[in-house]
Ligand binder design. Structure first.
Ligand SMILES: [Zn+2]
Length: 179
């Protein structure tokens, strides 16, 4: 059975059995908070549980490394939507230890892409400097500080919006504030 068939078969029972009921929630975040965190699969359930965040409590945005890379990135737009249109009042930027973006160099990722046999002319058609764009970071704390700075100095951020940096341990869920 393909993965999609598997998902759809499971989903049919999920809906029929009313297994969605424990997750019913309003569309605006009850705790009025926006969380930006890494897409790491260990954080799917651990991060909200470790923060006592349940379905409906928060807007959770994910990216590789939890990075907010530019004031005009998709993540920054989503943060503004969460604040202006969905009623969030605070932003939490949460990096984590043992992150795949820690120490990732663009040169390695470009090599990995090339190894799959992707055509050189496809690289030539890319309209961004891959050597910058595909880079990870060297220090999770510094990266969180950088993201906090991009969000907190954004010209459209509502006045007095707290922007808080944290690092989570993906094994224990322990949160450590980043100054
Ligand atoms: Zn990560």
């Amino acid at each position: 059975m393909s993965q999609l068939e598997d998902i759809l078969r499971y989903n049919e029972k999920f809906v029929q059995n009313g297994d969605f009921r424990p997750y019913e929630a309003p569309s605006r975040p009850i705790k009025k908070m926006t969380i930006v965190s890494c897409m790491d699969c260990r954080l799917i359930e651990l991060l909200p549980k470790a923060m006592n965040v349940k379905n409906g409590d928060a807007i959770i945005l994910k990216s590789a490394g939890g990075m907010v890379e530019s004031p005009y990135s998709n993540i920054m737009k989503s943060i503004l939507v969460s604040l202006y249109e969905l009623g969030s009042r605070a932003v939490y930027i949460i990096g984590h230890t043992d992150c795949g973006m820690h120490g990732l160099h663009a040169t390695k990722m470009i090599e990995d892409i090339k190894k799959t046999g992707i055509d050189e002319h496809k690289f030539a058609s890319v309209q961004i400097n891959l050597n910058q764009w595909l880079n990870g970071f060297q220090s999770v704390e510094d990266e969180v500080r950088k993201s906090v700075s991009i969000v907190s100095t954004h010209p459209l951020l509502p006045d007095n919006t707290p922007v808080i940096g944290l690092v989570i341990d993906p094994k224990t869920g322990e949160l450590t504030p980043v100054d």
